[in-house]
Write a protein that binds this ligand. Structure first.
Ligand code: SF4
Ligand code: MG
Length: 331
């Protein structure tokens, strides 16, 4: 399994007039070739900002202030003349990172034809003849399940699902190894979400693609991912393969998320954890474990000591004082 992406202690902060928001607060993960890492969390958890940090798209007044992002072995944060916040422009990558975003209505330029949209990253990267561009566009349309005659149409002539196929074709055009998928189906009709997810899976196995998938929907993440990271207030609080995570979650926040997403079952009484209160303001997050004001298992040390992400079992990590080296702590 070769390593495509290794993020270590990434910190992306926002310097607002009212204070510093640690949107991404020291997270680490690895992504291997041909695999999907799903990052799940509520809005404000920092999951999109994690994606945008990797894409070099952190908006003002945000800045990457620490950590490293090794893509194909090179630290993207070293690339920029010593300025950590400037991730290299995507068009300068020798091997590019591409992205598919949530809203296929706003992510495609309405004034461009489909062939122009798809070939734009391609012609920025390489000098190709018109005939070459044309044949690649045709091939890409076919690969995502669209017809060659779609090339000359405009985005408004397509449905949401078709637009997302166009966005995927565009992302594939530079033959990337890594594609960041930021809520790729959450703006689509429920009836067509599975089609797009299955297309993404097919493309993954055909091209051995790695995906960093950002989603708030647990079912999407479960279906797509080889590994799932759960984010809460800028940190990964639990990480595991989905089969383990969805049956044996350890962190109280993960367990609350999962039980909230399951339909109520009258016969089968689950051990349900109900989340108390709102997500705290990221401007002034609670000390220690940032989940402690909402945690039903809160202990004295939780408001003081920050729990680190540690192995609970093989491939399963959790950041919670209830567990110490894989063993639940008594009391
Ligand atoms: Fe709850 Fe404490 Fe674990 Fe945080 S560290 S999730 S407050 S038990
Ligand atoms: Mg988001």
């Amino acid at each position: 399994n070769d390593l495509i992406l290794r993020v270590q202690d990434l910190q992306t902060h926002f310097f607002t007039r009212t204070g510093v928001v640690k949107a991404v607060d020291g997270i680490s993960f690895e992504l291997h070739r041909g695999e999907t890492l799903g990052i799940v969390g509520e809005s404000g958890s920092g999951k999109s900002m994690t994606a945008w940090s990797i894409l070099g798209m952190v908006p003002h007044p945000g800045r990457i202030v620490g950590g490293s992002i090794h893509y194909l072995g090179e630290n993207l944060l070293d690339k920029s003349k010593g300025e950590m916040q400037d991730i290299r422009e995507r068009r300068n990558f020798k091997a590019s990172v591409q992205a598919v975003f949530q809203d296929p209505w706003s992510s495609l330029n309405p004034r461009m034809r489909v062939d122009q949209i798809i070939s734009e990253p391609l012609v920025t990267h390489r000098s190709l003849s018109r005939a070459e561009v044309r044949s690649q566009v045709q091939e890409l349309l076919q690969v995502v399940g669209l017809h060659p005659f779609h090339a000359e149409r405009y985005p408004h002539e397509f449905s949401g699902g078709q637009r997302q196929r166009i966005a995927i074709a565009r992302a594939l055009s530079t033959r990337p190894k890594l594609i960041v998928l930021d809520e790729p189906v959450s703006a689509l009709d429920v009836s067509i979400r599975a089609q797009i997810l299955n297309l993404l899976k097919e493309l993954q196995s055909t091209y051995n693609l790695s995906y960093l998938l950002i989603a708030h929907n647990l079912a999407t993440v479960r279906y797509m991912s080889h590994t799932v990271g759960v984010m809460y207030l800028g940190k990964i609080v639990e990480e595991s393969p989905p089969a383990e995570l969805f049956t044996n979650a350890q962190h109280p926040y993960t367990r609350a998320l999962i039980s909230a997403s399951l339909p109520a079952h009258p016969r089968q009484r689950r051990e349900e954890i109900v989340l108390a209160g709102e997500v705290p303001s990221p401007l002034n997050p609670p000390g220690g474990c940032t989940f402690h004001p909402r945690c039903p298992f809160v202990m004295e040390r939780c408001s003081v000591d920050i729990p680190l992400l540690k192995a609970y079992s093989s491939g399963h990590m959790t950041a919670c004082h209830l567990y110490e080296d894989g063993v639940p702590v008594a009391g």
